[in-house]
Design a protein around this ligand. Structure first.
Ligand code: COA
Length: 352
């Protein structure tokens, strides 16, 4: 019997480089409140958000993701030909296919790197880091680029004041590669589909049926516009049961952080930085209190400038902390993504 050949990689990995991209246009709370019945004071008080970035209409998830990826590669002193795989975590690339990752890989000049998108919403980046860590340690790839990117402004419902203020656009990326010492801990992750309705991005099926069914059973055709599709008429917005999400995040996420620290073999005393998904400052404050993080731990607070950028929020916040000098290369950081699905993933990483 022949023995199939398999791969074996290095024992340890780390983040070699991190990069971010922030669209130029800043939308203040005041500007947003011209479209929704709200105030700057309410938004800051309930969410901590002071402003968000907005991509231009022709600036895509692929454009933003490529910019962040280039910055991460420069940080790691690598070029496109060094990258073996690209994972793009996003929920706002507007196509099921082709995925964004192969287009990003092509623009970076990779040599036909493996490339795929990953849909795990606000947990997407930490899912990507977990998969990249496994890929490198298994010998599947030497350098994996993980991109978290969102153009949430395309899916923001300005008719819904409960969600319109919360989302922002941006991209962050990390290059993961081999390391002589452990730079990425064991990941803890999971999902709970029973909470799938809490945050959903879809057209209302009921609305679609009401609009089309009387004239035709052959949805999505609109009898008045034979060339129209459901997405022409019913563009999907992100819908969120804000208070339910808040309750879940405020109760379930702290134990998930504790599990991640335990899986990494460290305690809250051992970390220097805490980078939770930038969902809402009140959620972050609750986590910090519940985890009894010591005073020396630097807490990511990029939400004030960027709002909630889903899969992009953790690498964006990491890049901001390093740039500002509040966090330093070599620091140990607990990062945790959590959100729609419901999904979550966390690991302790050594900052590049
Ligand atoms: N401006 C002013 N008032 C608003 C408002 C706005 N933008 N949005 C809602 N309100 C009102 C509501 O109508 C409600 O009024 P009522 O009491 O008269 O009915 C009141 O404010 C409280 O609404 P509620 O939805 O309970 O607000 P909240 O205190 O829970 O805060 C969120 C809303 C969205 C900030 C909060 O629920 C939240 O942060 N949820 C989690 C969001 C999140 O993290 N999402 C991503 C997860 S990955």
């Amino acid at each position: 019997m022949v023995l199939l050949r398999t791969l074996r990689g290095p024992a340890y990995t780390r983040i070699l480089g991190i990069g971010d991209y922030r669209p130029a246009r800043i939308i203040s709370n005041e500007e947003l409140c011209r479209h929704i019945d709200s105030t700057d004071e309410w938004i800051q008080d309930r969410s901590g958000i002071q402003q968000r970035r907005q991509a231009t209409p022709d600036e895509s998830v692929v454009d933003m993701g490529t910019q962040a990826a280039r910055a991460a590669m420069t940080y790691a002193d690598l070029t496109g030909s060094d990258i073996d795989a690209v994972i793009c975590a996003t929920i706002t690339h507007p196509y099921q296919t082709p995925a964004a990752a192969p287009m990003i890989a092509e623009r970076l000049g990779t040599k036909n790197a493996a490339a795929f998108d990953l849909s795990a919403a606000c947990a997407g980046y930490c899912y990507g880091v977990a998969v990249a860590d496994d890929m490198v340690r298994s010998g599947r790839a030497e350098h994996v680029l993980v991109v978290g990117v969102e153009k949430l402004s395309d899916y923001r419902d300005l008719g819904d004041r409960g969600t319109a203020f919360i989302f922002g656009d941006g991209a962050g990326a990390a290059v993961i590669g081999p390391s002589a010492t452990p730079g990425i801990s064991a990941t803890t992750w999971g999902s709970d589909g029973s909470g799938s309705a809490m945050i959903s991005q879809s057209v209302s099926w009921t609305e679609a049926q009401e609009r089309y069914a009387p004239a035709s059973l052959d949805m999505p055709g609109d009898p008045a516009r034979p060339d129209a599709t459901v997405t022409d008429s019913l563009w999907p917005f992100i819908d969120m049961q804000g208070p339910s999400v808040f309750r879940w995040a405020a109760t379930a996420v702290a134990p998930l952080c504790e599990r991640a620290l335990a899986a990494a073999g460290v305690t809250a005393q051992d970390i220097q930085v805490f980078i939770p998904h930038q969902a809402n400052t009140r959620i972050v404050d609750t986590l910090v209190k519940k985890l009894r993080l010591p005073d020396h731990v630097v807490i990511a607070d990029d939400i004030t400038d960027m709002a909630n950028t889903s899969a992009a929020s953790i690498p964006l916040a990491t890049a901001a902390l390093l740039r500002s000098g509040r966090a330093h290369p070599g620091d140990l950081a607990l990062q945790i993504g959590f959100g729609a699905g419901l999904t979550w993933a966390a690991q302790v990483v050594q900052l590049p």
